[in-house]
Design a protein around this ligand. Sequence first.
Ligand code: NIG
Ligand code: FE
Length: 382
Amino acid sequence: MSTLIHDIGELFAADGIRQDAAVVVDDGRIAWIGDSADAPAADRAVDVGGRAVIPAFVDSHTHLIFAGDRSAEFAARMTGTPYDGGGIAVTRAATVGASNDELRALLAGRIEESRAQGTGTIEIKSGYGLSVEQEARLLRIAREFTDETTYLGAHVVPPETGRDEYVRLVTGEMLAACAPYAKWIDVFCEPHSAHAFDGDEAREVLTAGRVAGLGLRVHGGQLGYGPGVQLAVELGAASVDHCTYLSDEDVAALAGSDTVATLLPGVEFSTRSPYPDARRLIDAGVQLALATDCNPGTCYSNSMPFMIAVAVREMGMTPHEALSAATAGAAKSLQRNDIGTIAVGQAADVTVLDAPTYLHLAYRPGVPIARRLTLCSASVGC
Ligand code: NIG
Ligand code: FE
């Protein structure tokens, strides 16, 4: 069935911003884009009443599958206690203690929140299981909700296991159990956290993941300068995420690579830390993505509009750059060329703004103006 979406006040299309536009969707794909006045007939029509239409956000970095609450840790941080990854153990205990159905219900609720704020595609990492069975369980459940699943057994070293022994597990038995349910492997490469992994350990994890057929992602440069960014570029990772602390060499390496730098401004907001310098990266020619990093420790927000507003206000990005990073840039970080842009042939995954222009995403922070367009109860575009 074809659907005409018309009376679009402003369309954030791949080839530029159009006024008074219309889009025809057929079989889940964008089949036609043009002026509302020239729109062809379709089986049915959706009038968006002069509102702005943008690509659905691509949230390319989340830790959405977990149980438990760490709001007290957040409150302590607001009065000066620094973040070091130690609280991950608290979430692990609650997550391991939750049933499959409890985890499913928590995850489904968070995904519904994301959709209601305009997000289409969502990446979900494991990392709160830290044993063979628990990591595989988290990925199996996450896979019920998205194809963009990431094995993050190398989140932190659990207290019951020695470092070397744990790296062997993550690169051996745990990897074998998790790879069938994962597209990506990730590692928290952070010498500034006693709980996370150094450059040599991270290299072992990523290399083993690549041999198992997984794409590579890295948490790097979150708490201080470190080897994560250079390692990601050297190994051809699709994305290196956080990038808050970057040396000139890191920036040059990123600029000369296909590795996307994914910035996660909700983390700096929620840990009261300095923001990454997006302008420096853009001026150097680095491809940027924006994502939420939604997790119970460093940023319990799954609002992409909020990330855009903070990136514009605090990180030197224009509204156009921030929206592009939250859509096309994040799609690139997932090596997806079917989402994140509005163009003929792309997946019909779009978000309607209760606003005349995309500028309102940053101009009206905290106001719920974005909603993913659902064209039938089952999926977009049917
Ligand atoms: O991306 N830094 C590592 N992992 C998460 C935080 C996880 C947690 O504290 O629960 C992050 O910030
Ligand atoms: Fe993260």
